[in-house]
Design a protein around this ligand. Structure first.
Ligand code: NDP
Length: 452
């Protein structure tokens, strides 16, 4: 049977674009990619990239304060969203154009349209036209989830936050995960009065407990008003702002409310059920280790499969798919020891197991140190950094590395290479310290603080 394309990709985000480019440029495939919104997807348009630029913008308030401690005479006149925002928009336009250009240069035909499945080899575009392909890749990502409650239509999500016309004076952020914690710090640094509600006992569920406690203290000390074990009951639009009734009885008005209560796989309305693509209970596309769905001609990568929802993982999954199906190099994406960072201020970088996870299957030693780095001590800033290694007491391998510090996202990338290579505690120990740095603590912690 003749098909219009060898590969049709639905979704122009990190995973889809990588798969399309590699299939076309290295696999010699005839490839089309449909995107209904903007090329670049969540990461480039409404996620990692604009978030990181806002982290940079936000960090200057602290830098200016610190600079004074170091003898600089700097006057702060506050942050001007109207100066920053158009610049952010232009940068996203530039990146979107680069994504499009690179895909087209690789030979990918981009179709600016929604595409849904008609059958195992056919997609239907918004204008009703149908296109056939030997293989179809679904890379439609995820979308923010907001629970249902009275007034839930008044909230924004991470999709809208980059489009705000003006910075609110006060904001309530609901959630205790990546996005909630990152935006609590970003907006606090930009001068917004931030309140954060998290329904559980401690933010960042699933991460190392010691890190969670350390970070939540620092976030509170930086000025975020955090309420744990607290949730929203209802909201109303009133003249003074959005009135929020809370489970802790602290009812008040906010200029804006941001819900960061998780994301769901973007599978609705894609026609998956009609074609027989199996979905999991969270609405995710179920795939095997080759990213193949229950329909052999249809594959899926990235957040829509709800494996590890991070951009670099989606890129690896997309690349492995293209290598496998078009490159003659069968490759499974590797989901083991994926490092990551939470871009709070300070950042948290991690690789491997938390102490609590490690205890379940290993006899462990924990090496940890928390202290005021010299940059902070000099100016009387109380912020402490945390370096932590979790070591298998039997084979001495470092099972987990956790860093809370300025630049921890950068530091963990390098520590992750060692951990991925199977470094032991003794490998860390025989590495000479780089002095004077904070990270030298990673190779100078001599005695475990506890064993289990
Ligand atoms: P997360 O899953 O990280 O956190 C969701 C938070 O919302 C949790 O604290 C959760 O509570 C809470 N929550 C869920 N449902 C409700 C509810 N009905 N009412 C109240 N609270 C609720 O999701 P995010 O939205 O922060 O981020 C989505 C994903 O995006 C992340 O998991 C990550 O994969 C990715 N991401 C990665 C970043 C990075 O790499 N730096 C940055 C931003 C996002 P509980 O813990 O109790 O379930």
């Amino acid at each position: 049977m003749d098909f219009d394309f060898d590969l049709f990709v639905i979704g122009g985000g990190s995973g889809g674009v990588r798969a399309a480019r590699i299939a076309a440029s290295e696999g010699g495939a005839k490839v089309a990619l449909a995107e209904e919104h903007r090329m670049g997807g969540t990461c480039v348009i409404r996620g990692c990239v604009p978030k990181k630029l806002m982290v940079f913008a936000s960090g200057f308030s602290r830098m200016v304060l610190d600079a004074k401690g170091y003898g600089w005479d700097i006057r702060q006149h506050g942050f001007d969203w109207s100066a920053f925002h158009p610049h952010l928009d232009r940068e996203l336009d530039r990146l979107e154009a680069a994504y499009r250009r690179n895909a087209e240069a690789a030979g990918v035909q981009i179709i600016d349209s929604r595409a849904v499945l008609n059958d195992a080899h056919t997609v239907r575009l918004s204008d009703g036209k149908t296109v056939t392909a030997k293989h179809i890749l679904i890379a439609t990502g995820g979308r923010p989830f907001v629970p249902d409650f009275p007034g839930s239509d008044l909230v924004m999500t991470s999709n809208e936050i980059f489009q705000m016309e003006a910075l609110p004076q006060s904001i309530l952020i609901v959630g205790g995960g990546y996005i909630a914690c990152e935006f609590a710090c970003i907006l606090n640094g930009l001068g917004v009065e931030v309140t954060q509600f998290y329904r559980g006992a401690q933010i960042l569920k699933g991460f190392d407990d010691e890190v969670r406690g350390h970070l939540s203290e620092l976030i509170c000390e930086s000025g975020v008003e955090m309420h744990l074990g607290c949730d929203v009951i209802e909201m109303q639009r009133q003249d003074e702002g959005i009135w929020v009734k809370a489970t802790n009885g602290k009812n008040r008005h906010y200029d804006a409310v941001l819900y960061a209560t998780g994301r769901k796989p973007n599978t609705a309305g894609l026609g998956l059920e009609n074609v027989g693509v199996k979905l999991g209970h969270r609405g995710e596309i179920v795939v095997d280790e080759w990213s193949q769905t229950s329909v052999p001609s249809i594959y899926a990568v990235g957040d829509v499969t709800d494996r590890i929802n991070l951009t670099p993982v989606a890129i690896r999954e997309g690349h492995a798919f293209a290598d496998t199906v078009f490159g003659g190099k069968p490759t499974k994406p590797d989901h083991h020891l994926v490092p990551g960072a939470v871009f709070t201020q300070p950042e948290y970088g991690y690789v491997g197991l938390s102490e609590e996870e490690a205890r379940k299957d290993h006899r462990i030693e924990v090496y940890a140190t928390a202290f005021r780095p010299m940059k902070n001590a000099f100016i009387g800033r109380e912020d402490r950094v945390l370096f932590k290694l979790i070591v298998d007491a039997d084979d001495r391998r470092v099972l987990g590395c956790h860093i809370v510090a300025e630049g921890a996202g950068e530091l963990i990338q390098l520590a992750a290479v060692a951990v991925k290579m199977g470094a032991t505690k003794e490998d860390f120990d025989r590495t000479v310290a780089v002095h004077p740095t904070m990270a030298e603590e990673l190779v100078t912690m001599r005695k475990p603080v506890r064993s289990a």
